[in-house]
Design a protein around this ligand. Structure first.
Ligand code: DX5
Ligand code: ZN
Length: 229
């Protein structure tokens, strides 16, 4: 199990300058990002459209840390191989994306990626219990997926339940949506160790003035660490 105090910050490039992804990725990594979070949306599972495999492969050329690819698409199985080929280190699928999540998770690992399982806000923590030996990460959505910049939904009880269900397994708990220095302590104290943040990382900065990215990342990390000692 990852050490509780080993908080990772994963900026979501959904809040980056879409005309300059390479420079944005290099900027957040040089400012202390642990992972790079890539939000793939299909306009069907969620009401927004973002990136396909060729775009993700282009991002890969700039990522030197971990490329964490969050698939908000349904169906998901036909695209797993393509996103693995695009260079995802972690591929996360939604439990709600289809009737055969067990098969999906098998396919992700067979494609050579770490397997993530994301839960919409309305899906209970207990739903992952039969799948915990098949995953490397559980992503708890603390907004309804589809857009950056939404308000945090306080699901700390769900995170706590999930941490208890995971027990000693080496499974990350990732929080995605509305993470800020104010909300990070709540989920860190409940057992989360990976914090995705889009608007709270990118606000106030740019590729020509990236220092605010570092200030923002450090503020989230410090707030989270402060909650777990
Ligand atoms: C939402 C995405 C998130 C989003 C987070 O569907 O999965 O990764 O970019 O953005 P913020 O941190 O602004 O809520
Ligand atoms: Zn995401």
């Amino acid at each position: 199990m990852p050490k509780r105090q080993d908080i990772k910050i994963a900026p979501s490039i959904l809040s980056a300058d879409f005309a300059d992804f390479g420079a944005e990725i290099r900027a957040i990594e040089s400012q202390g990002a642990d992972w790079v979070h890539v939000d793939v949306m299909d306009g069907h599972f969620v009401p927004n459209l973002t990136f396909g495999p060729p775009a993700v492969a282009a991002f890969r050329r700039h990522v030197t840390t971990v490329m964490d690819v969050h698939l908000m698409i349904a169906p998901v199985d036909p695209y797993i191989e393509a996103f693995a080929q695009a260079g995802a280190d972690i591929l996360t699928a939604h439990l709600e994306a289809g009737p055969h999540i067990h098969r999906t998770l098998q396919a992700i690992r067979a494609a050579g990626c770490k397997a993530g399982l994301a839960l919409n806000p309305g899906t209970p923590a207990e739903a992952v219990a039969p799948l915990l030996d098949m995953v490397d990460l559980v992503c708890v959505m603390t907004v309804n997926p589809g857009f950056g910049g939404q308000s945090f939904l306080d699901l700390t009880d769900k995170v706590r339940t999930l941490r208890a269900l995971i027990g000693d397994r080496p499974v990350h708990i990732e929080i995605d949506g509305g993470v800020t220095p104010d909300t990070a302590p709540l989920v860190a104290a409940a057992g989360a160790d990976v914090l995705v943040a889009g608007s709270a990382v990118f606000k106030g900065g740019s590729v020509s003035d990236p220092d605010p990215y570092g200030t923002n990342i450090r503020a989230i990390r410090k707030a989270a660490q402060g909650a777990i000692g």
